[in-house]
Design a protein around this ligand. Sequence first.
Ligand code: ASP
Ligand code: MG
Length: 405
Amino acid sequence: MSIIVQKYGGTSIGTIDKISKVADKVISEKNNGNSLVVVVSAMSGETNRLLNLAKSINPDISGRELDTLISTGEQVTISLLAMTLAKKGHKAISLTGSQAGIFTDDIFNKARIDYINNLPIKKYLDLGNIVVVAGFQGITKAGDITTLGRGGSDTSAVAISVALDAKECQIFTDVNGVYTTDPRISPGAKKIDQITTEEMLELSSQGSKVLQPRAVEFAGKYDVGIRVLSTFEEGTGTIIKKENDDKMEKAIISGIAFNKDEAQLNIRGVPDQPGIASLILGPIADLNIDVDMIVQNVGEDGLANFTFTVPRNDYKVAMQSLKESSKKLQAKKVKGNNEIVKISMVGVGMRTHAGIASKMFSVLAENNINISMISTSEIKISIVTNEDNLETAVNVLHKEFNLDK
Ligand code: ASP
Ligand code: MG
């Protein structure tokens, strides 16, 4: 029997009625002769509700207690789904992250999975159960509950697929696949049938919310196929795997992602000397804040300017740290902007096509969109601009690069 891992997100299991429909889908896949492991998120809105409760006590709350709290949403849905499956006549058992042997490091609120002891899940599968596992959570060696960062159930599902050598990891959600861009911003957005892990990783890291980036990273590393599907409509969804089948006609650009969750920080007039970058960014890294784009330009008289972006949530803390560094370095000025958006075009076809960046910049210029930062990789070009420009920028790029065709 092959093992299929299915993951259902919060909107798919937001009510008892919806849980019953999910149970039917699980049962029908089981009736195809597969062993089923089902990973679930919390009911839609639940994780936010719990977060807000905690924030009403302390707006800057983070750490161990927060994970103990926000991991409970998934404990509700695993048991409700297992009960529903049982009522429909199928043997099922729910497992929390710790019961399922999901071990993580101890970086609370954004823990990484170290390893999965697959024996508990295997044992219950062998006994004929449908095994329902709580996504988003794990346990440290010391026995503390951790969570994997927002959207972390995707990563749980992929990691479990790897640990069980599953045939496929099916991610069920409220959209029927991965789109060329967000249809709410660009009505011409089209569903993509197949995309490489590499491209998907860029799209999700750059703001496409369909999958947690770490899930895609994991899938690429261990070569697991992911399929993104709708819970509510029939369809074949989007397949994400290492290599595209049709090597024939590769799109130059596969998709456009955007991210409003970043903020920009800028420090001016620091000495242009070896070691400056690490003096500025070191303290930020020590705070466990991920720095994304970095630009350094040399100004006049041996002074340099430094601009970088951080998650918007970490803006205040990063700004504080930058102000302290600024005193030590006798910088001229520190500035910030937390109303920015990063827009990224992604496609493996960029490797073999020149001039994509200049075309992108000229389209934006024609539409009066000012770019404040640029970064490129082999298969991606990102720009930062003011948040107000989001819709126009995405729409003109989507059209210019024929993504609506
Ligand atoms: N419930 C968690 C969240 O809302 C994890 C997930 O949905 O994947 O972020
Ligand atoms: Mg999600």
